[in-house]
Ligand binder design. Structure first.
Ligand SMILES: Nc1ncnc2c1ncn2[C@@H]1O[C@H](COP(=O)(O)OP(=O)(O)OP(=O)(O)O)[C@@H](O)[C@H]1O
Ligand SMILES: [Mg+2]
Length: 412
């Protein structure tokens, strides 16, 4: 296979707490991303804390990828961009600096790279590896808030960087899971960063927006303002907490609780007719009882309120509520819960909408479901990073050597 073809094919694997989602895609001659295959397989091998069952993850990755690639004859991919999330990922804003020259000189691409590396080296803990080092602002001597200092004159360059790192031991095990399923990890991506690539517009990122990805075991928040990333964080609460609440309260099997949530539930109980009733199967003797639908929705609403309050607390703690002029974008499977958007909008008091994955062609079911935002974002980010690396390599051997050194830093 030619190198060009190789570069234009990509496998994205989103390892979620409830499912593994694999998407195989190609970039066509107009550089549009065409989805060739989609595979989803249930997975409960990963919790918000980390790996619970390695074998389950390997088998879910194998199954999801096999399904995706079976629909994509002619595609031959060995490497995958892999989305991860959980308490083993840390995010922080940090800074680095380089002295250019006492009397000033022009900033080069290498200076910028060195400046970012200095931030990484100062702030990465020993047992963590770098997933993303996203420059937010640069400062050149007395001038602050520079987006791109390339070609400017100055003496000292400083970079303000949003650094996302992951615990090395857990990433190493996840890398092994992907390898055992038959693929190499091209790069790990923090899931909400991927989701923001497929759901947010540049305009929203400029205006100020919070992306809230509500998954199974986690809710991830990413805030953008004036085009740069302000904050990212994963909260350990998600849609499975709602299902567990229903399961416990009504003493009904988990699968029934899940169906009650999805097909009869709502996060706004007062909108439900107080007389409307439902049948619920109990564990005990599989007996069916009749309950008020409004009671079910009150239980859902209580957990949703807790979840949204956690999001508000996170935003308030960083003083970010005031910059969200572009509002809130909800995505992830749990954003499909009836009434959740309305509830979030009334509690956060910001314009709120659901973010669907954009910018790919093929597979109608993908663009109509927020569960696929991460996987589709992985494709966007994966192709973009390949293009950046290509441009970087093209700039000469000296850079290649530096890049290898950077990888070594990221890997150990
Ligand atoms: N129509 C629906 N209504 C309510 N909840 C739904 C609906 N469809 C899916 N969900 C919930 O979405 C959750 C799964 O979302 P998603 O696929 O984004 O999670 P994940 O990526 O596997 O998990 P995580 O992001 O926490 O690692 C489950 O809790 C599921 O019950
Ligand atoms: Mg997810």
């Amino acid at each position: 296979m030619s190198r060009k073809n190789d570069r234009d094919q990509l496998l994205a694997i989103d390892i979620g707490a409830t499912k593994v989602c694999a998407v195989a895609a190609r970039r066509n001659d107009r550089r549009a991303i065409e989805v060739q295959g989609l595979g989803v397989h249930p997975c409960d091998g990963l919790s918000a804390q980390g790996i619970v069952n390695l074998e389950t993850i390997v088998s879910s990755i194998s199954n999801a990828c096999a399904k995706a690639l079976n629909q994509a004859p002619g595609m031959d991919v060995q490497r995958a961009v892999v989305g991860v999330s959980g308490a083993f990922i840390q995010s922080q804003n940090c800074s680095g600096s380089v002295v250019l020259s006492k009397h000033g000189r022009t900033v080069t691409a290498d200076d910028i790279e060195n400046c970012i590396q200095s931030a990484i080296q100062k702030s990465t803990s020993k047992d963590y590896e770098v997933l993303h080092a996203i420059p937010r602002w640069y400062r050149l001597d007395e001038t602050q808030h520079i987006r791109d200092p390339l070609g400017m004159e100055g003496s000292v360059l400083q970079a303000d960087v949003h650094l996302i790192t992951g615990r090395h031991s857990i990433l190493k095990n996840l890398r092994r899971c992907v390898q055992r399923a038959g693929f190499q990890v091209e790069r790990f991506v923090f899931q909400p960063i991927a989701s923001s690539y497929s759901t947010l517009s540049d305009e929203e990122k400029m205006t100020g927006v919070a992306l809230v990805d509500i998954g199974g075991e986690t809710t991830s928040v990413v805030v953008y303002y004036e085009g740069g990333i302000e904050h990212s964080e994963t909260l350990q609460v998600g849609g499975e907490d709602i299902t567990r609440d229903i399961n416990h309260y009504f003493q009904t099997p988990y699968e029934n609780a899940e169906n009650l949530k999805k097909y009869s539930g709502s996060a706004t109980a007062e909108s439900i007719d107080p007389e409307e009733r439902l049948e619920v199967v109990r564990f005990k003797n599989r007996r069916t009882i009749i309950v008020k639908k409004r009671r079910l929705c009150e239980i859902i609403e209580a957990r949703v309120e807790y979840l949204i309050e956690e999001v508000i607390r996170t935003l308030r703690a960083r003083d970010l509520l005031g910059v969200l002029f572009g509002g809130i974008v909800l995505t992830g499977g749990s954003s499909m819960l009836e009434g959740l958007r309305e509830k979030a909008q009334s509690l956060i008091k910001k314009e709120t909408h659901i973010g669907y994955p954009n910018g790919v062609v093929g597979y109608e079911e993908i663009i109509t479901s927020p569960s696929y935002s991460t996987a589709i974002g992985l494709l966007h980010l994966g192709f973009e990073k390949r293009d950046e690396d290509e441009a970087y390599y093209g700039a000469g051997m000296r850079r290649v050597v530096k890049r290898v050194m950077k990888w070594m830093h990221e890997a150990f």
